[in-house]
Design a protein around this ligand. Structure first.
Ligand code: MG
Ligand code: MG
Length: 371
């Protein structure tokens, strides 16, 4: 069996929440290189998306392995030390606990992992996409993944014999703090039930998707931790990472990325408090725009039977996405024109900075009932 693990965290960034420093990225590479030398990992790639560092690791330890998670934590801790040394913004922000108990889930970083049989006859070659998003939450991929895995409008491949039987979704209640509260729903029969839940991107997220034709084959993993559920207060947006396996019995990469053409409005942006469009960007793109458009990057990889990763192809870095970027910026400007009113900002329950709640509390105390 082979495992690909993508573990991502914001542990400090240059000049605000733009991007990690080059020394931090070098340190993360050094930590993972050591782990390859020690035999814990087979291979790895380090990327950044906005202010988040993503560690992509291939290994044979299975999903959720304490050694791999501790390695990621250790790498992030080393990077945090550099961020502090350099005086960077929000150093160690996503490291919410002193040390995780063998799993970074619930400790701050986001993790997405898939374990598969690299010799399965239905998977002659292993191709996958890694989506890394910043300035938004795990629900930002609710619509794109629902569209790709339930709707032939976005994915004509669903009509093929390999995918016609559909997929099994595991949806998690991200507001539930103690233990995973989940529900399994299948497409195509329950695609409306999926929509009923997934429309609430702040509460419900897709944790995993499996093939129904080959039930042991997991096609999607998404990080679905919400930092405010963990910490009880706003600690930065829960910028998600997702792995989507592609080709053959799964959607093709070009199908998997098709809903991102819409640049859907999602919860996020400046202070994690706004409704803004999700802009597809090249990997390693800093956040520099007005009100921080939510960003998503996508890198395509192959991995061979030994677990060695190919070079990555920067899917959203291609000029064919330039038009979507312009559209996202335009959609962002349209929304920003109405400032703080109505749909422009998130509902009060989602305005996670405690300062917002405090401001409201101050005014609540001044209300009086007449008559
Ligand atoms: Mg941040
Ligand atoms: Mg971030």
């Amino acid at each position: 069996m082979l495992t690909v693990s993508a573990i991502k965290a914001d542990i400090g960034s240059v000049g605000g929440h733009t991007c990690p420093s080059s020394r931090m990225i070098a340190e993360a590479n050094a930590a993972l290189r050591d782990a390859v030398a020690q035999g814990l990992l087979v291979d790895f790639a380090v990327t950044s998306t906005g202010d988040d560092v993503c560690l992509l690791m291939s290994h044979r330890n299975g999903s959720g392995h304490p050694d791999v998670h501790n390695l990621a934590w250790e790498a992030f801790t080393r990077c945090t030390g550099i961020a502090r040394d350099e005086g960077l913004y929000a150093a160690g922000q996503d490291l919410l606990k002193d040390a995780p108990s063998g799993n970074v889930r619930g400790a701050g970083p986001g993790s997405a992992e898939i374990t598969f049989d690299e010799e399965a006859p239905e998977r002659k070659a292993e191709a996958f996409l890694v989506f890394t998003a910043d300035k938004c939450g795990p629900g930002a991929v609710n619509f794109p993944l629902w569209a790709v895995f339930t709707s032939p409008l976005y994915n004509g491949g669903l009509m093929l014999p390999t995918m016609r039987k559909g997929f099994k979704f595991r949806i998690i209640d991200m507001e539930h703090a103690h233990g995973d509260r989940v529900i399994d729903l299948v497409s195509p029969e329950e695609h409306v039930d999926l929509a009923i839940l997934l429309r609430d991107e702040n509460r419900f997220g897709i944790q995993s998707i499996h093939s129904r034709l080959h039930p042991e084959q997991q096609v999607v993993a998404v990080s679905t931790d919400r930092l405010h559920t963990i910490a009880g207060e706003y600690k930065g947006k829960d910028d998600p990472v997702a792995i989507v396996r592609t080709q053959g019995i799964f959607p093709a990469p070009e199908e998997a990325v098709s809903p991102f053409v819409i640049a859907p409005y999602v919860a996020g942006g400046a202070r994690g408090s706004h409704t803004m469009p999700l802009m597809p960007v090249a990997i390693n793109t800093p956040v520099t725009g007005p009100y921080c458009l939510p960003l998503v990057a996508c890198v395509a990889y192959s991995v061979n039977g030994d677990g060695v990763l190919s070079e990555g192809v920067d899917v959203f870095g291609n000029p064919v996405w330039d038009n979507v970027r312009l559209k996202a910026q335009q959609k962002g400007e349209w929304m920003r024109q109405q400032g703080f009113v109505g749909a422009a900002m998130l509902p009060m329950t989602e305005l996670e900075y405690s300062a917002f709640r405090k401001s409201l509390d101050d005014l609540e105390g001044r209300f009086r009932t007449l008559g």
